[in-house]
Design a protein. Structure first.
Length: 301
């Protein structure tokens, strides 16, 4: 049974009923039902959004059969219109091909086929939209720390890297590693280690406040902060603020303070970088230099 075709029995997940204020406020969205990324959602949050393969599109569909400027989607109240961009391969809504430049008002459940990708439309406040959003939000969160997880970072990093390269804008990245974390687990137990991880996430949320920042538990004792619009210098300043906060604060466990320091690698967007992976590796290598230089320090790539 697919989450795309039913709201299922969500009570076992502990989700609130779909007829409350939270459901009414959920955005309309398109969800991929066929294609390279099934389940991916595209929230229709702005009055006018461009959809296509172009890296500057608001809704990027990474499918060679999709035109760079496939369509414009306009929202007004509860009404959402698809304005065809007269693409080479065309747009099919419920298997009917649109004419070039044709405008159609989308209805709940409409299937939109572009290239090898098929999307399903769910309107604002729809129960299925609400539950699908709730499930996606849970899937993108680290269950312990309640910040984003590695899967969310990989998607966000690819998107922000493409936008930064297309717009010649800044993009900073921090890789944050807790020093000697294994000693805490071995000496005090994994439950204390978990409290330290939760504490670290809370510090990161408090310190990393730049617009659009994404804070992630990457795995184990490693965290990442993605900083759109921040160059190396600003990213390094944020990294130092994180390091100082962790160095001066402590989590209290059984009435006793437990302190942990961090080693942080910093990098920024470089025009010579060919991929998001290069950006990440640059900061990751800087972390190793910070650890080899004595820990509790920031190293910039």
């Amino acid at each position: 049974m697919s989450i795309f075709d039913t709201t299922m029995a969500f009570g076992s997940l502990g989700l609130p009923p779909g007829d409350d204020q939270a459901q009414r406020e959920v955005d309309a969205f398109l969800i991929v039902v066929l294609g390279s990324k099934p389940g991916q959602r595209y929230a229709l949050t702005d009055p006018s959004m461009r959809l296509g393969r172009d890296s500057m599109a608001d809704l990027i569909i990474d499918d060679p059969g999709v035109s760079r400027r496939q369509a414009v989607i306009e929202s007004c109240g509860d009404s959402v219109r698809w304005i065809d961009g007269a693409s080479t391969n065309g747009t099919y809504i419920n298997d009917v091909k649109l004419q070039g430049g044709q405008t159609i008002t989308l209805q709940r459940g409409d299937r939109i086929r572009i290239g090898a990708t098929e999307l399903k439309y769910l309107p604002r406040g729809d129960a299925e939209a609400y539950y699908t959003q709730a499930l996606e939000s849970r899937a993108q969160l680290d269950t312990l720390t309640q910040i984003f997880n590695k899967g969310h970072l990989l998607e966000a990093l690819e998107l922000q890297f493409a936008r930064a390269r297309a717009n010649a804008s800044e993009l900073g990245l921090l890789v944050i590693d807790l020093d000697n974390f294994k000693r805490i687990n071995d000496a005090l137990g994994h439950d204390v280690g978990d409290q330290v991880l939760v504490f670290t996430a809370r510090v990161l949320r408090a310190v990393v406040q730049c617009p659009g920042a994404v804070v992630v538990r990457f795995g184990g004792e490693e965290f990442v902060a993605l900083l759109p619009g921040c160059g190396r210098a600003e990213a390094a300043s944020i990294a130092e603020a994180v390091r100082a906060a962790m160095d001066h604060e402590a989590v209290t466990v059984n009435g006793k303070p437990v302190r942990v320091t961090t080693s942080i690698g910093v990098t920024g967007m470089d025009p010579a970088m060919g991929s998001a992976l290069e950006l990440f590796r640059s900061a990751d290598q800087a972390v190793y230099r910070a650890k080899n230089a004595g820990r509790n320090r920031v190293e910039a790539a």
